[in-house]
Design a protein around this ligand. Structure first.
Ligand code: IPM
Ligand code: MG
Length: 357
């Protein structure tokens, strides 16, 4: 199989973690005789520095002409301290999501038994956690009208029925292939948009009788995620709630650095770790590459339907975690480097006995 992949490393640790994802994809290409052609594009602060735009037209063109997009991270503190700045790196990511119609962001979260002892949570809460968050990605308060004066500011949260139903169908289809439980997380006791979500989702639920639907207010969901995470299978939620809950859910996995995501819509799809650009760690070879590597695995599965290849990447990651081949976010004392972790995973992919593939 020959595929063209747009590679957008971005800022901070983005370039380092995406280099490890490329290493792993090259190992897969090598082992299974595929050809992955990577073409680099600019996004975020590096793009602003080079041409004044956080998501330049050339990058958008590259994305549209590719079979999938592998993205690192965006953001730099020099843009965070000045509230008057008009152009910010994060706008590049939001514009890319919007322009490419990437309305559904899938964030799977599972716990790893070999990391239980390092978790601030008790093992009995963590055992068997396996959930996926469906976060709406191109609507809500992120994209509504904004105003700001010295005295007053506003962000508008708007949702239309079709924006809710298209992601709800995807979430239900996934739920019916998993544990057949879907939880809509909202704030319907306060927000009109949440009441619309409930109305649309309860109507759609009738078409999926095999899936049991429950409804949770987001404040309660935040608590249940820690107290009783096993009760969740598919969580469906709007843009900002999904952003917040997925960082919280990363504690169940063991580190934010472990979480991958896939953003899908009607055209080309995008794969990115859930973590941000962690500028303080940039260039130090300490960032966890597993979120980026598992995002590459999601690309193999969702964009290219390469199920065996994707499963092998997942197994290689599990082997690395089980062998203690992890970075300092997980093991502060003897943590390995970004590149050493990527090397270990790539080498497992190249050398693991064929009959287990
Ligand atoms: C994420 C990030 C982004 C978001 C930021 C960088 C704009 O936190 O992908 O979760 O809020 O969507
Ligand atoms: Mg986030």
């Amino acid at each position: 199989m020959k595929k063209k992949i747009a590679l957008l490393p971005g800022d901070g640790i983005g370039p380092e973690v995406s280099a490890e994802a490329v290493k792993v994809l090259n190992a897969i290409a090598n082992r299974f005789n595929h050809q992955f052609v990577f073409e680099n594009g600019l996004i975020g602060a590096v793009a602003i520095d080079s041409c004044g735009e956080p998501f330049p037209e050339a990058t958008e063109k590259l994305c549209r002409s590719s079979d999938a997009i592998l993205f690192g991270a965006v953001g730099h503190p020099r843009f965070d301290t000045d509230p008057t700045l008009k152009v910010r790196p994060e706008q590049g990511l939001l514009k890319m999501r919007k322009n490419l119609g990437l309305f559904a962001n899938l964030r799977p979260v599972k716990s790893y038994p070999s990391l239980f002892s390092r978790s601030p949570l008790k093992p009995e809460f963590l055992k068997g956690v396996d959930l996926v968050i469906f976060r709406e990605l191109t609507g809500g308060i992120y994209f509504g009208e904004k105003t700001q004066t010295k005295e007053k500011a506003s962000d508008t949260c708007t949702y239309q029925k079709d924006e809710i139903s298209r992601i709800a169908h995807l979430a239900y289809e996934t739920a019916s292939r998993r544990e057949r439980k879907l939880t809509l997380v909202d704030k319907a006791n306060v927000l009109a948009t949440s009441r619309l979500w409930r109305e649309v989702v309860s109507e759609i639920s009738l078409s999926y009788p095999e899936v049991s639907t429950s409804y949770l207010f987001v404040d309660n969901a935040a608590m249940q995620l820690i107290l009783n995470p096993r009760k969740f299978d598919v969580i469906l939620t709007e843009n900002m709630f999904g952003d917040i809950l997925s960082d919280e859910a990363s504690v169940l996995a063991g580190s934010l650095g472990l979480l991958p995501s896939a953003s899908i819509g009607t055209g080309v799809s995008l794969y990115e770790p859930v973590h941000g650009s962690w500028p303080e760690a940039a260039g130090k070879n300490i960032a966890n590459p597993i979120g980026a590597i598992l995002s590459a695995s999601m690309m193999l599965e969702h964009a290219f339907s390469l199920h065996v290849e994707s499963a092998l990447v997942n197994r290689a990651v599990e082997d690395a975690i089980q062998s203690g081949m992890v970075t300092k976010d997980i093991d502060p004392l003897s943590g390995f480097s970004t590149t050493a972790t990527g090397d270990f995973i790539a080498s497992y992919i190249l050398h693991e006995a064929m009959q287990t593939v």
